[in-house]
Structure formats: C-alpha cells, structure tokens
Design a protein around this ligand. Structure first.
Ligand SMILES: C[S@@+](CC[C@H](N)C(=O)[O-])C[C@H]1O[C@@H](n2cnc3c(N)ncnc32)[C@H](O)[C@@H]1O
Length: 226
C-alpha cells in the first residue's frame, strides 16, 4: 500500500484555456459547497449527511459519466477526483444544470481520497479511459498498477464493483495482466459481448465517444471485489 506521507508527482495537465466568467463563478461559488473537505474522515455521513452507499470515479474528465451515474442513483453519493480544472468545470456544469445533490469533488489526485476513505466503504469505483502512458518506461505512471489497485481493493466492500474502460490496446493488455494477478477481484465477463458492448447503465464518456469516432474498439471491464 502506498505511504500517505510520500510526495507523489501527478502527471498531466491541470489547466487548459482561461475560464469564462460563468465558469469562474461555478468554481468560486459551487465548487466550495461540494468539494471534499481537505482533512478529516471521508465517510458517507460526513460527505453526504446520511449513511448512503458511496462510489468513486477516478479521473472523471468532463464529468459526463459521473453526472449520468449520479442522476441514475440519487440515493447514492458519488465522489469524483480530477485535477484538470476544465474537467472540474465540466462536471460543475452538469451538477448545476441537473441539480445533482449527490456529487462531491476532489480537484486533485484520486489516491489522496482513497487513502482517507475507511476500508470497505465503497460500493463502486470507476476508472474510465485513464491516461495510457504507452511507453514502457512510463508504465509506472499508469493508474492501473499494483499499489493503487491494492489500495482500491482495500476500500471496496466485498461484492462491490470496479469498472474500467479503455480503447488503448497497450493499456488494455497491461490492465488485464495487473487485474489477472490480483487475488482480490473476479472478472465478471462470461462472453465476449460482456466486454465489447457498453452496459446500459454505463454512460458514454467524452474520451470514449472520441475513440469511437476515430474507429477504435472500446473495452468495458467489470470486476467484483471478492
Ligand atoms: C484520458 S482522460 C479520460 C477522462 C474521462 N474519464 C473520459 O473517459 O472522458 C484521463 C483523466 O484522468 C485524470 N487523472 C490522471 N491521473 C489522475 C489521478 N491520479 N487522479 C485523478 N485523476 C487523474 C486526468 O487529468 C484526465 O482528465
């Protein structure tokens, strides 16, 4: 398991173009209301005011999938982690437009949230189209690695689902190796359609739509925590 005192490097962009006035207002007004508190325990009661099931999305991009899940299950609480400001603004727009009350945002590394969650507290986790870091010498930067997956396993309840999606063949092969070596998870696929066809309750992400447009195949993995 990773050491919380270690200073980690987060790879990737934090900010793109300058925010428009309305976007800036969302960051200043709405984000503080639904941001994950910087210290203290991260249980359902602290975050959502009651003992509801909680879920985590790692690297939610612009937030389409997270907002879709939140709208589908208003009685669940969904924590999203994303260090990229434009992405956070995307999710804030969904939260505002759909009046989603069950979303909390950590604008930083998902590992920080995972470390603070109680063990066996998550009902679901999502990792959709993580940055592929395709060069072998960058493999350690991939979120899908032994340390993060062990940490995630500790935070999922027995029977909880971990969903992972990618269109990247190198990452797909790598992920199947990491997850295949993990004694904490069972892969739920029984037939090819289980990983070739997006389940109905799996809203499409921006990256996935882009991958489809350029003719890529997309793979959908569902694992159950033992
Ligand atoms: C390729 S994008 C995919 C975004 C989205 N899931 C989608 O499918 O459209 C990967 C995202 O993961 C975010 N990310 C990378 N490392 C992360 C980390 N350690 N914690 C949280 N988010 C992370 C990046 O900022 C980026 O927005």
């Amino acid at each position: 398991m990773s050491d919380p005192t270690t200073i980690r490097r987060l790879y990737g962009r934090r900010q793109g173009h300058k925010l428009r006035v309305g976007q800036q207002a969302l960051v200043e007004d709405l984000l503080p209301q639904i941001a994950v508190p910087e210290t203290g325990p991260l249980d359902a009661v602290t975050l959502f005011g009651d003992d509801r099931p909680i879920e985590l999305e790692i690297g939610f991009g612009r937030g389409e999938h997270l907002a879709g899940q939140a709208a589908m299950r208003p009685d669940h609480g969904i924590i999203g982690c994303e260090p990229f400001l434009d992405g956070v603004v995307g999710l804030l727009l969904h939260v505002e437009q759909q009046d989603l009350r069950n979303v909390r945002i950590h604008m930083n590394d998902a590992l920080e949230v995972l470390e603070r969650l109680p063990d066996a507290s998550l009902s679901r986790a999502y990792l959709l189209h993580p940055d592929p870091w395709p060069k072998a010498r960058h493999a350690k930067r991939r979120f899908m690695n032994r340390g993060p997956i062990d940490l995630l396993a500790a935070k999922l309840k027995p029977g909880a689902e971990f969903r992972f999606g990618t269109d990247h063949p190198i990452y797909c092969r790598w992920a199947m190796m990491i997850m295949g070596q993990s004694p904490q998870f069972d892969w739920l696929a029984e037939r090819p359609s289980d990983f070739l066809v997006r389940p109905d309750d799996w809203p499409e992400t921006r990256y996935e739509a882009k991958a489809r447009r350029i003719g890529h195949e997309v793979w959908y993995f569902r694992y159950r925590r033992r």
